[in-house]
Design a protein around this ligand. Structure first.
Ligand code: FES
Length: 148
């Protein structure tokens, strides 16, 4: 991750933590999960390219809107690996995430509506409850017991 032209200014894990506002333990965790990468000096100290600050900022932004580390890792793979993320990269990622969130909101709204039909019902029927049997054809006709 990142080319030689971005390696001139490097940060220790402590500097990356201080400047990003993310605890050192979280930086280590991100690295362990493959979200960020460092290399070791001859003295075995971790060094990060300065541009890693933007990657960490993207990770934090993604976490704040509810994306999992696995989802974040998948998205980070779409970024150029030879330089820090640009404004255009962020535009692309944030647009994708907005679309993903809209799909989630639609799905959650549908689940909420189905749950509304369960309130006061209590059948928990595999045959009739859309939450118990979400792929049921009858569920497409709307929430609640359709055969009553
Ligand atoms: S409990 Fe879900 S429809 Fe009855």
């Amino acid at each position: 991750m990142f080319g030689a032209n971005e390696l001139g200014q490097t940060l220790s894990v402590g500097e990356l933590s201080k400047r990003s506002g993310v605890p050192v333990s979280a930086i280590h965790f991100y690295e362990e999960k493959g979200l960020i990468k460092s290399w070791r000096t001859e003295g075995n100290q971790r060094r990060f390219p300065r541009g890693m600050l933007r990657v960490v900022a993207i990770i934090k932004a993604a976490q704040s809107v509810g994306f999992s580390l696995l989802e974040i890792a998948e998205t980070l793979k779409l970024l150029p690996q030879d330089r820090s993320p640009s404004q255009a990269d962020w535009q692309k990622i944030s647009t994708k995430w907005k679309k993903d969130l809209e799909e989630r909101i639609t799905h959650m709204t549908k689940l909420k509506d189905q749950l509304n039909s369960c309130i006061g019902c209590g059948c928990l029927s595999l045959k009739e409850c859309p939450l118990r049997n979400p792929k049921d054809r009858l569920a497409k006709k709307g929430p609640g017991a359709a055969l009553l």
